[in-house]
Design a protein around this ligand. Structure first.
Ligand code: TXA
Ligand code: MG
Length: 336
């Protein structure tokens, strides 16, 4: 299935496909989503089949506006109203107690549901034309890098999706911030473009932020974005501090390895010995926008290893550090 330019006619056709229980990939401001009618369990099951994702991993339901919250969530806390009023449409997903009608297929069997209003004209137009909620995980195979271009969706899921709406490159580039408001205290489940500080400023309270993996273990739920091996390229990838880069590169070159490097450092001595180098922006927002497409590009070059320079360890870079840790950690013994 080739991507189709998302004009009004294509979007109307996509809404029809959703009504028929088919799968439509569509752009959001974060990453491309793989959408199905969230009220149709059969359609939702198709998402899991297409992604190869275990069925107990919950999906985010995309809704056209704050006004639709009531159709999906029960006893909406004031915190949800405040965050929705402030950040929707936008890259923020809220976890709330679900209404009984919300299919368990969507929520991975849990009594909570993830909801967000995406900030992308194509996504909003599609949601309005469809008129219901669209369950949509990132449109990639399970545990792979999320797509930020329509062509990425074609490469990963081409045969199993009924339509791919092309709305250009995603402007945020990493998945939404997820805040769990279903318990007694708000929790940050996944960092994103909207930072912890921004959320805390609106709520006037601190967010609970435990190690994501610990938290998933404690809650005994399977949440894919929280698994250690998520968002990973196939080529082994290693996260290195700027200071350690020259010696690691020299060692790998001695071993005859073909190296790909993702860095914002300009002074790499033996650059001509590298298989490929991608210069990353120095601002977090711009870095996030190109992160996944850069990893994909390096992954396509048949390199032996991808080295990623560790970005600054500050709050603005939290979402990027989170995704990089997941893209690289499993291969951290590659030099051994
Ligand atoms: O930016 C995004 O959120 C993108 C675009 C397409 O909207 N979607 C996305 O979906 O990243 P996905 O399925 O790849 O990640 C959704 C995350 C998963 O980690 C999932 O476990 C979590 O949201 N989630 C969804 N519902 C949940 C719930 N009821 N409780 C806890 N976590 C939930
Ligand atoms: Mg995903």
């Amino acid at each position: 299935m080739k991507p189709i330019f998302a004009n009004d006619a294509a979007i109307d056709q996509a809404a029809d496909l959703l009504r028929q229980g088919r799968l439509v990939a569509f752009p959001t401001e974060t990453v491309y989503g793989l959408g199905a009618d969230a009220s149709n369990p059969e359609a939702v099951r198709r998402i899991f089949l297409a992604k190869g994702r275990p069925v107990d991993h919950p999906l985010i339901v995309h809704i056209p506006s704050v006004a639709s919250l009531d159709a999906w969530a029960l006893s909406i806390p004031q915190a949800a109203q405040q965050l929705a009023a402030h950040f929707w449409p936008g890259p923020l997903a809220l976890i709330l107690k679900k209404r009984p009608e919300v299919p368990l297929e969507v929520t991975g069997g849990q009594d909570t549901v993830g909801l967000r209003v995406p900030d992308h004209p194509v996504a909003l137009r599609l949601l309005q034309a469809f008129g219901g909620g669209v369950a949509a995980p990132s449109a990639n195979r399970f545990c792979r890098i999320s797509p930020t271009l329509a062509i990425h969706v074609q490469e990963e899921l081409g045969a199993s999706v009924d339509m791919i709406l092309d709305g250009g490159a995603c402007q945020v580039g990493v998945e939404s911030t997820i805040i769990d408001l279903s318990g007694s205290q708000p929790k940050l489940l996944r960092p994103g473009h909207i930072t912890r500080d921004q959320i805390e400023a609106i709520l006037q309270t601190k967010l609970l932020v435990t190690s994501q993996i610990e938290q998933a273990d404690a809650m005994q739920i399977r949440v894919p974005g929280m698994m250690a091996i998520h968002y990973a390229p196939i080529t082994p990838a290693l996260l290195c501090s700027r200071g350690s880069l020259p010696s690691i590169i020299a060692d790998l070159i001695k071993q005859g390895k073909k190296i790909g490097l993702l860095t914002s450092y300009t002074d790499i001595g033996n650059e001509s010995d590298l298989g490929a180098i991608i210069r990353m922006p120095e601002q977090a927002d711009s870095y996030a926008r190109v992160l996944y497409s850069s990893l994909r590009e390096l992954d396509s070059l048949h390199l032996d290893i991808i080295l990623v320079e560790l970005p600054p360890q500050t709050e603005t870079w939290r979402a990027i550090n989170d995704r990089l840790a997941k893209a690289t950690s499993v291969y951290s013994n590659v030099l051994g």
